[in-house]
Write a protein that binds this ligand. Structure first.
Ligand SMILES: C[S@@+](CC[C@H](N)C(=O)[O-])C[C@H]1O[C@@H](n2cnc3c(N)ncnc32)[C@H](O)[C@@H]1O
Length: 286
């Protein structure tokens, strides 16, 4: 008699049915705005299969029921982590950082505190890129970065701030020596210094819900997340982001997510950079 193997258990999981896909699609849309179009069945099945199997569920239907019934939110968070795309990199979309350094920073250099928000920061590379740039350009200035994401797992990684060598290859050597501490000889990983980490506040924020603070920022980076939302959700999110942007403040979105199809009250500056125009007087720089 053949013993049950991992493979036969795997086979025992019924394929994701159209009805199950629809249930998961709706749940992902309602809870975190993910717009799973028809054709994403394979992706959903592949990304959730491990959770379904590890949880001992016989079907995606049982797994779905567990998420809905789990009042702790842990199961839902697990599904969000599995379905969300966390890809990111240091200095990703470098045009943005060139513009930030040459155009935005000189305008806010006179501010007592420089405040930026990295919304949907994933594992933190965008956050630390901003921190390095701010500290390079404005030494000694009070820097505050709020870094948020829906994923607790990504936030934990981001706040631990320790990156394997291969993810640090594009970092300028001067940044590596000033703002990171090498681990191992030769270095196997780099960890952001405590001084930089003290400038960043991490918080879980779901962009499709009401934001938890009334605060307005001088600069918001919200990149490569709205691409996963439909137009209605994008409009809602951009409206909220605008409310949290100082008059004259800048919003950076991903280059793949131009706001041309989205109705918004922002002024276009250049590809994937927008500005809150409501008060274009000199006071923004003070
Ligand atoms: C592709 S990463 C973008 C990281 C970084 N901003 C960049 O451009 O490199 C997308 C991130 O959006 C997060 N995310 C997805 N839906 C979200 C939501 N509703 N609210 C907040 N963050 C969300 C994911 O957890 C993921 O970390």
């Amino acid at each position: 008699m053949t013993q049950p193997t991992e493979l036969t258990e795997w086979d025992a999981l019924r394929p994701l049915s159209p009805h199950e896909f629809e249930q998961i699609r709706k749940l992902a849309y309602q809870t975190f705005g993910l717009d799973l179009k028809t054709g994403k069945e394979e992706l959903v099945s592949a990304r959730l299969r491990k959770l379904v199997r590890n949880g001992g569920f016989r079907s995606f239907q049982d797994y779905y029921r567990h998420i809905v019934e789990d009042k702790t939110g842990v199961a839902l968070a697990g599904m969000i982590d599995a379905l969300a795309t966390n890809h990111t990199a240091f200095l990703r979309e470098p045009d943005h950082f060139r513009f930030f350094r040459s155009e935005v920073l000189p305008q806010i250099a006179g501010r007592e505190t420089v405040e930026t928000w990295s919304a949907a920061c994933s594992t933190g590379e965008e956050v630390w890129t901003l921190a390095c740039l701010l500290n390079e350009a404005l030494p000694g200035r009070r820097v505050r970065i709020v870094a948020t994401d829906i994923s607790n797992k990504a936030l934990r990684f981001a706040s631990t701030a320790c990156y394997p060598l291969e993810r640090c290859r594009d970092l300028p050597p001067a940044w590596l020596s000033r703002y990171f501490v090498a681990d191992g000889r030769p270095a196997q990983s780099y960890r952001v210094t405590d001084a930089l980490r003290a400038q960043v506040q991490f918080q879980r924020v779901n962009l499709v819900e009401r934001l938890p603070w009334p605060h307005r920022f001088q600069v918001i980076f919200c990149r490569n997340v709205m691409i996963y939302f439909d137009r209605t959700t994008q409009e809602r999110v951009v409206r909220q982001l605008t409310e949290h942007l100082e008059p004259g403040g800048y919003l950076f979105v991903g280059h793949a997510e131009s706001l041309t199809r989205v109705s918004h009250g922002l002024e276009y500056v250049q590809p994937a950079i927008y500005r809150n125009p409501s008060k274009r007087d000199h006071s923004w720089t003070k």
